[in-house]
Write a new protein. Structure first.
Length: 355
């Protein structure tokens, strides 16, 4: 098998890269460890920034987003039971955030790629990267009982924080900056109409809590918990009690309750790997950097990376010029460090470090 760009991982970074390359007439093949069903149901991010929304719409994958996405022109920050609204319309030239689930973006991108004849191999295993320092890199993988090799011009490592791409770079060629936080998030999806129109980020003496949503019928909520927390310690009644205690405001507002449809625990880390390139391997998204979710930046950053990478690859294939490819890491890292700082700041402002 041969392609121009071999992409490891069918998350937002890998799928968007494959879509952008296709629009530039560049071939790619995506290799994903999980099944299509799994990646299309995996509950994760929910907040898309304007740049992400604009790109999805401009590149023809924004139809459902335009119909179903909830546009928010501000957020609320709550301290001591009092809310303070941050009005994006007054503070930015008309920019907004859109609430639209990450797995819906994944569905839209997979559909677009498959309709355009794109190749995505789901449920592959034993992925290994070879020849990264040569002009003929390759990806080894197993599909069913068969061992295969995908030869490419370039490899995009879009396989998230636990993938093999970053780990395939020799330690001497990579500088990793990392910080772990002494807490995690317990997230729930509840069948309850959102009781507020906007997101509410809450600092409370019992710990952080976040009120968000997915649709006019589904509320998304998070609360700060211990990093190694066992979900067995959190029956639904305890989750609601804790959410009510933290989110209730002094004017009597409280979140509406309903059956909990899904729950999970997410660790909190900041990580940057520099540079985001080794030979013909380019890292993008969570494979290169992780931010704590408080700033809602991770998926937006992943999309921003692959936009830069797609442009650089397009220039290379059109003219043979490598300048943009050579600058890929430095260009992305400028944004990455700003976003790291913002995410750390927002995390520090809203969490109890001694809870
Ligand atoms: P991923 O989405 O992790 O995709 C990587 C893909 O690679 C996966 O499909 C994985 O199965 C696959 N893979 C892994 N290893 C291999 C392998 N060896 N071989 C083949 N495939 C492999 N971000 C926001 O912007 N806004 C938010 O509101 C937000 N909220 C969040 C809330 C929570 C609770 C969490 C956990 C995250 C949140 N994020 C948010 C972050 C966001 O979800 C991630 O930053 C985003 O998924 C990164 O996209 P990615 O494509 O780089 O990686
Ligand atoms: C959501 C997730 C976030 O990390 C955040 O900061 C805001 C909202 C969400 O899943 O809705």
């Amino acid at each position: 098998m041969r392609t121009q760009v071999g992409i490891v991982g069918a998350g937002p970074a890998g799928l968007m890269l494959s879509h952008l390359l296709h629009l530039e007439g560049i071939e790619s093949v995506v290799l994903e460890a999980h099944s299509r069903h799994y990646v299309e149901q995996r509950v994760r991010a929910g907040v898309l920034e304007q740049g992400t929304v604009d790109l999805l719409i401009e590149t023809g994958v924004g139809d459902r987003l335009k119909q179903q996405g909830l546009i928010h022109r501000g957020i609320e920050l709550s301290f001591g039971g009092r809310r303070h609204r941050i009005d994006f319309s007054n503070l930015t030239p008309g920019r907004a955030i859109t609430v639209y689930a990450q797995h819906e973006v994944i569905k839209d991108l997979i559909q677009a790629r498959l309709e355009a004849g794109g190749l995505i191999h789901f449920a592959v295993s034993d992925i290994s990267l070879h020849g990264l320092g040569t002009s003929t890199p390759a990806i080894g993988f197993r599909k069913g009982d068969e061992l295969r090799e995908l030869e490419c011009d370039f490899i995009a490592g879009c396989d998230g924080s636990h993938g093999i791409s970053r780990a395939s770079i020799p330690a001497r060629a990579l500088k990793v900056f990392e910080r772990a936080y002494p807490f995690a998030w317990l997230g729930v999806l509840a069948e309850a109409a959102p009781a507020s129109e906007e997101l509410i980020y809450t600092y409370h003496e019992r710990g952080f809590a976040l009120f968000s949503m997915r649709s006019p019928k589904i509320t998304r909520l998070y609360l700060q918990c211990a990093p190694g927390e066992d979900m067995a310690n959190w029956p639904d009644a305890r989750i609601w009690e804790e959410l009510q205690a933290r989110l209730a405001t002094s004017d009597g507002w409280r979140p509406a309750e309903g059956p909990i449809l899904q729950k999970g625990i997410t660790g909190m880390r900041s990580l940057v790997a520099e540079p985001m390139q080794f030979g013909r391997l380019f890292l993008a998204g969570d494979a290169a950097h992780i931010v704590p979710p408080t700033g809602a930046k991770g998926m937006n950053l992943a999309i921003a990376d692959v936009r830069v990478l797609a442009r650089a690859l397009a220039e290379f294939y059109a003219s043979g010029r490598r300048e943009l490819l050579d600058r890929y890491s430095a260009t992305c890292l400028r944004r990455v460090w700003k976003v790291q700082r913002f995410s750390w700041w927002m995390t520090s402002m809203l969490h109890r470090f001694d809870a």
